[in-house]
Design a protein around this ligand. Structure first.
Ligand SMILES: Cc1cc2nc3c(=O)[nH]c(=O)nc-3n(C[C@H](O)[C@H](O)[C@H](O)COP(=O)(O)OP(=O)(O)OC[C@H]3O[C@@H](n4cnc5c(N)ncnc54)[C@H](O)[C@@H]3O)c2cc1C
Length: 377
């Protein structure tokens, strides 16, 4: 079976090609690294070319970003902030869309703790979407569901990584006034296969019960990684001690396309961008209570209403230059880690900890040395 796009390394796995195919000839298959890539079943393909017409890895398309206003903001509800990664702004925007009779499409864990995009129509369903999941989410057939909802004049909010937003826009091929798209500032995404290997290393003999990559019990800036298992075992570590998180931050096993992400800043296809307001303790300490503050970038006119129509948030315009310095993922792609090849070449030989020591020969030192300064996610 052939791959859809000519430059496989640039494929983001958005699955727009698989969803647009009128013959269902394209399937998203997991590669050796655990990432999904589209492959064509030649016996079903009729060479219509639709898959190529929506491929962001093959086509140069320009974004229609107009404005660039940056705000710090957070929910006035402390409980919402506690259960969100930063200031709970995703929840407040999503709440407003649902209350208005609309739909929200974003990422949650399925029963096997894989990350998938789903469509929600109630406030209860939003809870599973909260918090950053540092694993690539599977878009499934949500672009098709969204197209159907939009055609029936339903309001839709889509939130995902920048390439998932771009994939949706290319799939739809036209603008819908009832669609609002948000992207998370994105450092890059690891695969579910790498995460599962790490979990096996942490606690092999029991199933996962819950995952929290952004536990705030020690504060928002000094958050911990927490996994609960069905046998009662709880694993909780500071992020600069958690090997999975350290490998993520060191760009050891991101999807290949993440190293050449072309959706940053003016190339964003989203109406708004959401991130953590890192650096706040230095630049705006009066707003830092360590409960989490979001950075909101308004990219288009369509998202302008977020500035003044959300009653349950605190919002303040900020100096963009200052804040961008503290959050490199907003403007630049993750740099390629030369150890990535060693990691994947030896993936099946060792458990996660041994593999880590094999990759980082100065392992113990490296664990201590990794500087989280200016690199916190
Ligand atoms: C893989 C990843 C990398 C990130 N890297 C950075 C970074 O470098 N710098 C930075 O400032 N912020 C980064 N963020 C964003 C940040 O962690 C927060 O999501 C953001 O601050 C919004 O917080 P919130 O409290 O408003 O909402 P939250 O409650 O955190 O909600 C976040 C939204 O992101 C969606 N989401 C969660 N995981 C995924 C996923 N795997 N794929 C697609 N969508 C997902 C959720 O479903 C929800 O819609 C990253 C997020 C992810 C998922």
């Amino acid at each position: 079976m052939e791959y859809v796009c000519n430059n496989k390394d640039k494929c983001t796995g958005c699955s727009a090609c698989a969803q647009i195919c009128p013959k269902s000839a394209i399937s998203m298959n997991v590669n050796d690294e655990g990432f999904l890539y589209p492959q064509i079943n030649d016996s079903l393909c009729v060479d219509c070319g639709l898959c190529h017409s929506v491929c962001q890895a093959e086509l140069e398309v320009s974004a229609n970003k107009l404005a660039n206003n940056i705000f710090l903001c957070y929910s006035k509800d402390d409980f919402v902030r506690k259960k969100s990664s930063s200031g709970g702004i995703f929840y407040e925007i999503a709440k407003s869309v649902i209350t208005d009779g609309g739909y929200v499409c974003s990422a949650k864990y399925n029963g096997d703790f894989e990350v998938i995009h789903v469509v929600a129509s109630s406030l209860e369903e939003l809870n599973a979407m909260l918090k950053s999941k540092y694993i690539q989410s599977n878009i499934g057939d949500t672009y098709k569901i969204i197209e159907e909802l939009l055609s029936n004049d339903k309001k839709v909010l889509f939130v995902g990584t920048p390439c998932q937003v771009k994939g949706l826009k290319m799939f739809l091929k036209k603008d819908y006034k009832n669609l609002l798209c948000g992207e998370v500032v994105c450092h890059g995404v690891p695969s579910n296969k790498v995460f599962k290997k790490y979990i096996d290393y942490v606690h092999k003999n029991s199933k996962l019960k819950s995952i929290d990559f952004r536990d705030k019990t020690t504060g928002w800036k000094d958050y911990t990684i927490k996994f609960e298992f069905e046998d009662g075992y709880i694993f909780q570590e500071k992020r600069n001690k958690c090997l999975y998180f350290m490998g993520f931050i060191d760009n050891l096993y991101l999807r290949k396309s993440c190293y050449w992400c072309d959706c940053k800043l003016e190339n964003s296809f989203a109406d708004f961008t959401l991130g953590d307001c890192w650096g706040i303790e230095k630049i705006a300490p009066q707003n830092d209570d360590d409960k989490g503050v979001s950075l909101l970038i308004i990219n288009t006119e369509k998202a302008n209403w977020l500035k003044n129509s959300l009653n349950d948030i605190y919002i303040e315009e900020i100096d963009s230059e200052e804040f961008l310095k503290y959050n490199p993922s907003i403007s630049v792609s993750a740099s390629y880690n030369d150890k990535r090849k060693i990691f994947f070449d030896n993936f099946n030989k060792y458990d996660f900890g041994t593999l880590w020591d094999y990759v980082y020969t100065d392992s113990k030192l490296k664990r201590l040395k990794i500087s989280m300064l200016n690199k916190v996610k």
